[in-house]
Design a protein around this ligand. Structure first.
Ligand code: HEC
Length: 179
């Protein structure tokens, strides 16, 4: 699942690279490759030089993105924590983020990176307690789409959030609250 995260980051970084390069060095670098392709359509790797440069540029942009902390990347989506806070309203009837405060569901204090079924004083189902899952952002993204599908036997009575963007925003919010 880490893979998705990386691909997402690369995809967004790629977009940024495209818009950032405008007509400058980017188009200069691409022009020769395009001519080569036209002149020798059978050549095996006509675009290789341009790709090499693009990869470097993408790496640089990816680093910048991470440094700038521009949202959480999930399945190619950027999660917006501010919007996710509103989505968390769906959870509040059963969960709070305060440490040690269990309601219908266990406290979600520091939930990102936490092992499942480990909140003291909460009576979990066996399914949740023994799932062996660690609540990474990727796992939460999957779980919250369809909790009972992801974890058969869970007693969390919540149908899930089908909208990927809403879910990415929510997970970004949970992550922002888990540091
Ligand atoms: C109707 C009440 C209810 C709602 C609404 C609800 N949950 Fe839960 N949640 C629970 C219960 C109960 C459990 C414990 C499940 C078990 O033991 O099988 C749980 C478990 C969890 C766990 C596993 C925690 C752990 O320590 O392993 C996570 C993560 C979680 N919920 C996140 C959410 C999020 C995020 C939302 C909002 C999108 C949400 N839940 C909405 C009741 C709810």
């Amino acid at each position: 699942m880490k893979r998705n995260f990386l691909m997402g980051a690369a995809a967004v970084a790629g977009l940024m690279t495209l818009s950032a390069c405008g007509g400058g060095a980017g188009s200069d670098a691409n022009a020769p490759a395009a001519e080569e392709t036209a002149a020798a359509p059978a050549a095996e790797e006509p675009a290789a030089p341009a790709e090499g440069e693009a990869t470097e540029a993408t790496d640089a942009a990816a680093t910048e993105t991470a440094d700038a902390g521009a949202g959480l990347q999930l399945a190619g989506l950027t999660g917006d924590p501010a919007k996710g806070e509103k989505v968390f309203a769906l959870c509040r009837s059963c969960h709070v983020l305060e440490e040690g405060v269990n309601r219908v569901g266990p406290s979600l204090y520091n939930v990102v990176g936490r092992k499942s079924g480990t909140v003291a004083g909460f009576s979990y189902s066996d399914a949740n307690k023994n799932s062996g899952v660690t609540w990474t952002t990727d796992v939460l993204f999957e779980y919250l789409k369809d909790p009972k599908g992801f974890m058969p036997g869970t007693k969390m009575a919540f149908p899930g959030i089908k909208n990927d963007q809403d879910r990415a925003n929510l997970v970004a919010y949970l992550e922002s609250q888990s540091k």
